[in-house]
Design a protein around this ligand. Sequence first.
Ligand code: 6PG
Length: 474
Amino acid sequence: MTELARIGVTGLAVMGRNLARNLARHGHPVAVHNRSYGRTKELVEEFGHEGTFLPAETAEQFVASLERPRRLVIMVKAGGPTDAVIDEFAPLLEPGDMIVDGGNAHFADTRRREQALRERGLHFVGTGISGGEEGALHGPSIMPGGSAESYEALGPLLEDISAKVDGTPCCTHVGPDGAGHFVKMVHNGIEYADMQLIAEAYDLLRRGAGRQPAEIADIFRGWNEGRLGSYLIEITSEVLAHTDAATGKPFVDVVLDQAEQKGTGRWTVQIALDLGVPVSGIAEAVFARSLSGDADLRSAARGLPGPVPTGASDVLVDDVEQALYASKIVAYAQGFNQIQAGSAEYNWNIDAGAMATIWRGGCIIRAKFLDRIKAAYDGDPGLPSLLVDDHFQEAVRGAQDAWRRVVATATTMGIPVPGFSSALAYYDGLRAERLPAALVQGQRDFFGAHTYRRVDREGSFHVLWGGDRGEVTA
Ligand code: 6PG
């Protein structure tokens, strides 16, 4: 009898190809399929020696080469192409089989697909995979959603090929239906915020303190050894140290300053608005990219009056490190709150600490301090905010003078720091005894009789603003 594959991958662009190779390298016979057979052949010719690949020319052959229950991973573009592949394969599958979507799908699409396939007896496992092409090959962070039953059949395989930190796999069952893609979406949102904060730190050191990119690369290299240690800090120092071959200039100076985005950061903010979770750090990061990309608007506004950074300020490198760390804590606190809100809204029962655990390796936001986040949720799974955890409270207490100095100096110099300043505003908002929201409630009551509640009595009230201004119970 011919050997059957333990799992199959269809869609062999770079992510799919590397994931298939990763599976094969771990000793799992893997069926491979692509819309055009050329890619499948190429993969087997080039990497066939890495393990057992079962190339399939047609969808029928592909499905027939999988052991049961069939595990079929689709690695195609999110949106229409994913639906098209599901429509192609679902009729060929049998009850108990599972389709794993490893793309960056919107979790609402995943919920819809999961329900439709569940009604046909099939498992649909929306799975976040982070780490880019290198991660897919050498060990990504994997965030599978879907049924607990599907995880029993799939989990061991996915854990096997995921990154490991201290022997722990960076993969766990996130929760039912769209939970995996939701968490991957928030991961990307946090990724946006983290990148924006790092970019602001660079801008302050460059235009504020007058440091050159190569010097800043060294500063980041140093930071990477400390509490900021992370993949994004590490690659930032590499990017800053790089020289453009054509001009001999620092690479960062020849790149057009217009950041692009594929949409996962925007989704995170859109969903946060619906859930009522203030993810201001992520939102500012998305808006900063939008502002950078609006070339026409920027050219119309260039030359508006304001201070021009001279590069001669006394911005202290250590202050910037402190501001970056404190702002980063806020960004993650907000992201984790969004995960908790999503989990409550959709009954996913997501374990926040487990998410910190599987983000410690493989993914783009992997960072030393995720160990601390895990410890915080281990200590109190219902922690209302990372900012109230003892460790992070102490960290922010120690950093906040520098943080405030940095925001104040940046503002005076005319260097935009939307990430740093919104994080600080969020922090001050959270800890405030009284917020001016009381006045907003008064305004709402004045123009729309929207009513307000009082500090000293239960109930809703309204003032007869157009009359004798007496208070009535609403
Ligand atoms: C990952 C990344 C990945 C995506 C980047 C780029 O976790 O491996 O998040 O999914 O390629 O987020 O996204 P933008 O193009 O929107 O910056």
